[in-house]
Design a protein around this ligand. Structure first.
Ligand code: C2E
Ligand code: MG
Ligand code: MG
Length: 672
């Protein structure tokens, strides 16, 4: 802040000060000029008077000097001294003798015209030769008093100053009023701008004036109105997006994404507060049959009716969601086992009482099977709890449907344990005996459909059946048993070996499990393999699933950074499956995201998925990340994705996973 800003903080004060300063300068100049001018004129008049006196005195004194009538000369001087009000008179003869004198002659002789603007020489001294017919007879000295001149100047100065001050005062008042009128409205405008900045739009602005400030106010009012409209639009679209993100478009119930998030929240709450609750999972018995017999529309109508019917029985503490298809789930938070049993019974009964009139007058009776798992009694993590509720639901189905079953750990764990044991030894055997295989699926750049790279997908060769077993059968178990580390190491080794054997082929993308990148040695292992086999790192793409990355963000960030430093490409797989994908994308420095097949499979029919996919592509592009869409199964989906601006596409429509690599016989080209 400058001194000027401190002394004159307001625009109004500065304007007034500037105008007054100019006025003071002007006034000073004017007064000076006026006094100078007036002094000059008065002095001229005094001279003139002196000259007139000179003529008169010469006429009478010359005669008196010729006649040597010095007494008459003295009389003339006395008379003139009195009548003309002179300061002094002195008549000197030709020989320098004083002939006559009147008044007090100053001594030494007064210096003529010693003056300044404020003071005048007190006397105007004049020297007059007294002569007749060209012959000088003597010299007359006389002085005219000039004090009237200084008095006149002083009067003139004070008069002008008084008039000037009154004028300045008047103009200051007028200026103050004028600036008050202008700056008051500017002040209102500033206050209005502050309100808008704080998000408040109820402005009280003086409208209707046609001057510059009035027009600025009108323009501001208009701008504020359009900002408000924009904000409302944004809020609405954000709410709509949030609704789409959380709700199932058919029934309006919460969707799977919201369910996952809510269940985790409730489990955390229960863990903190020592509360209990339950998960009630049910589906409609024979729904597929109804769908196939009466068409999808009838199926949809039934789902909506079920959602409404059960929705009416829900309390505030319960969350009701549709997981997909005919599968519904209810989180009953802070409920005892007895309360949960009553609720389960009521739902099964209510659904059992529902009747539907179908086209052709046929009546359909509904029923459901429900599985119930309690938290924290049965499990305290969402996946296990849901798996237990699912297992109980199948027990209910096996027991004859139209019923509910509480999860029974004894019955379930025995089977699961057995299953786990068999798979564990099968994986060990496959690792030992080289029963793992890689199949490859092409990833194509759009819109040109050129092969960009291939994704290596794992298979286990089953000797008994001669089939290749897909990873969903053994990867989850291998992750739990820890064998996944060996499996992923094998995949890394094998892919890099293939890259070495086929130097002309495009890059290979490998999938790495969340368990693996927890392990600090894995990046070193990849680097070592690349070095040993002489393969450049940029030919290797590493895919890790988004959900695994999010479960331990710090590990994922470190893993990704090290791999990128090494020179490998990073792809975030199954993107969008996590609840807060967008929020985390900023932190995870991936080169590419692969949009989860969940959003792609039904893309052309599902408005919600379209909104998501579009948003994902836009956000990724904004962050400089490329996008892949997986599971593209038909031309219509492909066309829609190209229209949305996706960078790469993968799916059965373009290329099924195959054992041969590009350049090994079969063509990898795809036509238009
Ligand atoms: P992912 O990485 O998302 O792989 C894509 C899966 O979608 C593959 O299934 C692929 O065969 C399948 N797919 C490709 N195109 C289509 C299509 O158009 N329609 C449909 N319905 N499916 C399509 P796959 O091979 O069964 O692999 C399943 C998951 O297992 C993979 O998902 C990945 O997460 C995991 N996985 C596969 N190979 C490995 C591996 O080597 N290591 C690890 N840790 N995980 C692996
Ligand atoms: Mg993958
Ligand atoms: Mg995927």
């Amino acid at each position: 802040m400058t001194t000027l800003d401190r002394m004159l903080p307001s625009l109004r004060a500065r304007l007034i000060a500037a105008v007054l300063l100019v006025q003071v300068l002007l006034l000073a100049g004017l007064i000076y000029e006026h006094i100078e001018d007036m002094g000059e004129r008065l002095r001229e008049q005094a001279h003139l008077r002196g000259q007139q006196l000179t003529v008169l005195l010469n006429a009478s004194l010359s005669v008196q000097l010729i006649q040597a009538d010095y007494a008459a000369a003295q009389e003339t001087l006395d008379e003139t001294y009195r009548q003309a009000g002179l300061s002094y008179l002195r008549l000197i003869g030709q020989r320098g003798d004083v002939i006559a004198t009147a008044g007090a002659v100053p001594d030494p002789k007064p210096s003529p015209m010693a003056r300044s603007i404020w003071s005048e020489a007190e006397v105007l001294a004049m020297t007059v030769p007294i002569s007749m017919a060209g012959q000088q007879l003597g010299t007359l000295y006389f002085g005219m008093p000039l004090d009237f001149l200084a008095t006149a100047k002083r009067h003139a100065f004070w008069d002008s100053l008084a008039i000037g001050l009154v004028a300045m005062l008047l103009s200051a008042v007028v200026l103050a009023m004028l600036t008050l009128w202008v700056t008051r409205r500017l002040g209102q405008l500033t206050k209005a701008a502050d309100r808008v900045a704080a998000g408040r739009y109820d402005l009280d602005l003086p409208l209707g004036q046609r001057d510059e400030v009035g027009r600025a106010i009108a323009a501001f009012q208009q701008m504020a109105a359009s900002i408000q409209a924009r904000e409302e639009e944004l809020r609405e679209s954000r709410n709509h997006l949030l609704f789409l993100a959380e709700r199932d478009s058919l029934t309006g119930l919460y969707n799977r994404h919201y369910f996952r998030h809510e269940l985790q929240r409730r489990l955390d709450e229960a863990a903190r507060g020592g509360m209990e609750g339950a998960l009630l999972l049910f589906d409609i018995d024979e729904f597929k049959l109804i769908n196939d017999s009466f068409g999808h529309q009838a199926g949809d109508d039934i789902l909506v009716a079920v959602a409404n019917e059960i929705g009416r029985m829900i309390r505030r503490s319960e969350t009701f969601c549709r997981l997909g298809g005919d599968e519904f789930v209810l989180i009953a938070h802070s409920a005892t086992e007895v309360e949960v049993s009553t609720l389960a019974q009521r739902i099964v009964l209510a659904l059992g009482n529902m009747r539907f009139e179908m086209a052709g007058g046929r009546q359909v009776r509904l029923s459901c099977s429900m599985g119930v798992a309690l938290y924290p009694a049965h499990a305290a993590d969402p996946e296990t709890l849901l798996a237990y509720a699912d297992s109980a639901m199948y027990q209910a189905k096996r027991a004859g449907k139209n019923a509910w079953h509480l999860y029974q750990p004894e019955r379930d764990s025995a089977a699961a344990h057995l299953n786990m044991l068999t798979w564990k030894s099968r994986i060990d055997a496959a690792l030992d005996m080289g029963m793992f295989r890689l199949v490859y699926q092409g990833v194509y750049a759009m819109p040109g459909r050129r092969l960009s790279h291939v994704e290596a997908l794992l298979r286990m060769y089953d000797e008994d059946s001669g089939h290749l077993v897909t990873p969903n059968h053994f990867i989850p178990l291998a992750e739990r048993s820890g064998q996944i580390l060996d499996i992923d190491r094998w995949v890394i080794r094998e892919s890099i070996r293939q890259l070495k054997l086929n130097p002309a082929m495009p890059p290979i993308a490998i999938n790495v499990s969340g368990r693996t990148f927890d392990n600090p040695e894995i990046v070193g292992y990849i680097a070592e393999q690349l070095r040993e086999q002489g393969v450049v790192p940029k030919r290797l793409v590493v895919e890790l699933t988004e959900t695994a990355a999010l479960s331990d963000l710090a590990d994922a960030e470190r893993f990704i950074r090290q791999l990128r430093d090494l020179g490998c490409h990073i792809c975030l797989d199954d993107f969008g499956a996590g609840f807060a994908s967008f929020a985390y994308l900023k932190h995870i420095a991936a080169d590419t995201i692969k949009i989860d097949g969940l959003f792609i499979r039904d893309l052309t029919h599902d408005e919600q998925s379209q909104v998501f996919v579009k948003a994902m592509i836009e956000v990724a592009r904004g962050l400089g990340v490329t996008t892949i869409a997986e599971c593209v199964e038909d031309e219509a989906t492909l066309a829609m994705l190209i229209e949305f601006g996706v960078d790469y596409v993968q799916g059965y429509h373009l290329c099924r996973p195959r054992e041969a690599l590009p350049g090994q016989g079969t063509s990898w080209d795809v036509g238009h």
